[in-house]
Design a protein around this ligand. Structure first.
Ligand SMILES: [Zn+2]
Length: 391
């Protein structure tokens, strides 16, 4: 992600347990040759006392039987079941544990493009989506666990829970979707994995309009390369690696048709950055926000220079540049906030300060706005006579 955020702690542990529950259940039935009809929840929990605390343990025996049935329907041959279970174990375990540079350099997902028939894969996708819903639709104290996830996320990230970690835009947590960083349709092992779930804004999570959809962040442009060994080096894994502080936004294009482009300061960040931009279509998203950045900037300048303009009748370019540098770029005006909270605005301002034509346009626009305001104020201050049209 671009933004540094922490995962929900308690819910993270519960998700971890649920992930483990899911895999153990399938393994248990496969190894013991337990057919769905023969399964008894009581015995399973006696054999796995550590799983009793899991949300899944509260599900009915019928739900268990249905999930096991789904698995056996998807993978009729023992060999297939074994392949799937082993892949789930490897991927889940890897994502859970601490990852050193060497481990990351040697890893690729086993559950990605499993060597089983397509109809098996389709059924497995349905099964794992059911596990996902079993977990997040589970109600506790009047709210489901999706809600609890977001509440805990808020507590863990008090300074930036209102920002989308992928695009740095505004995030309304109540409406936010929990994004599967590695899509649940391609990475079955990570369907309820705590490190794979992160709340994103609607624009980043949507499947339409160039949003993320099922793109795989390790190489969204060339999916055949998305799971090569060492692919995790090419992505900003949620809660683990961050682009912010190493990236900036450039502005290009022509007047009236400006375009934003994400860029990096160091060559080593290039691949993860390009993949991130491609995954969330960031250049398009940020381009669409430039107009807003310009409007905000003008508003702030009008507020800051209204008084001096009214008194002196002119604008002081040096004072404006100083204001932009200190209040917008360095964020001195917002002591409690960090510069990254204003990423687009700050980067846009940096561009204006370095681009003579953009600077002239900004000053012209500001002057026009202040003159209009002055005229309006003057009219409002004129005495009003009976019979005149109302001002
Ligand atoms: Zn976003």
């Amino acid at each position: 992600m671009l933004l540094k955020v922490s995962p929900p702690k308690q819910l993270g542990i519960r998700l971890q347990l649920a992930s483990s529950f899911m895999i153990r259940l399938l393994y248990y039935c496969d190894v013991k040759g337990i057919q769905p009809k023969q399964f008894t929840k009581k015995q399973f929990l006696i054999d796995h006392p550590e799983l009793k605390a899991c949300v899944f343990a509260n599900k009915t025996a019928t739900t268990f039987k249905n999930r096991i049935n789904d698995f056996w329907d998807a993978c009729k041959a023992k060999k297939e079941r074994k392949t799937v279970i082993l892949a789930l174990c490897v991927d889940n375990f890897f994502m859970m544990g601490p990852k050193g540079k060497t481990q990351i350099a040697n890893f690729s997902f086993q559950s990605y493009q499993l060597n089983i028939p397509q109809y098996s894969l389709d059924l497995l996708k349905t099964l794992f989506t059911r596990f996902y819903n079993d977990f997040f639709n589970y109600e506790e104290n009047g709210s489901n666990l999706r809600w609890h996830f977001k509440e805990e996320y808020k507590l863990e990230n008090p300074d930036n829970f209102y920002l989308c970690p992928a695009c740095l835009g505004e995030l309304n947590l109540d409406k936010a979707q929990l994004d599967h960083y590695f899509p649940k349709s391609t990475h079955l092992a990570l369907v309820i994995h705590p490190n794979n779930l992160i709340p994103l804004c609607i624009s980043c999570n949507s499947t339409t309009g160039g949003g993320k959809g099922d793109k795989i962040p390790t190489n969204p442009a060339i999916p055949t390369q998305a799971n090569r060994i060492g692919c995790l080096e090419d992505a900003y894994l949620p809660y683990e690696s961050y682009g912010l502080g190493r990236v900036k936004m450039l502005v290009g294009g022509t007047p009236g048709k400006r375009m934003a482009q994400l860029t990096t300061m160091k060559a080593a960040d290039r691949t993860p950055l390009l993949n991130h931009a491609e995954t969330y279509d960031l250049n398009r998203v940020w381009t669409s926000r430039l107009h807003n950045a310009n409007t905000t900037l003008i508003h702030r300048l009008v507020d800051a220079f209204r008084h001096t303009f009214e008194t002196d009748g002119k604008l002081d370019s040096a004072a404006i540049a100083h204001f932009l540098q200190h209040s917008i770029i360095q964020g001195a005006e917002y002591k409690s906030s960090k510069i990254e909270n204003y990423f687009i605005l700050a980067n846009y301002t940096v561009w204006i300060l370095g681009e003579p034509n953009a600077w002239i346009t900004l000053i012209d626009e500001l002057q026009k706005r202040l003159e209009e305001e002055k005229k309006l104020n003057f009219k409002q201050k004129q005495p009003y006579f009976l019979g005149d049209p109302e001002p």
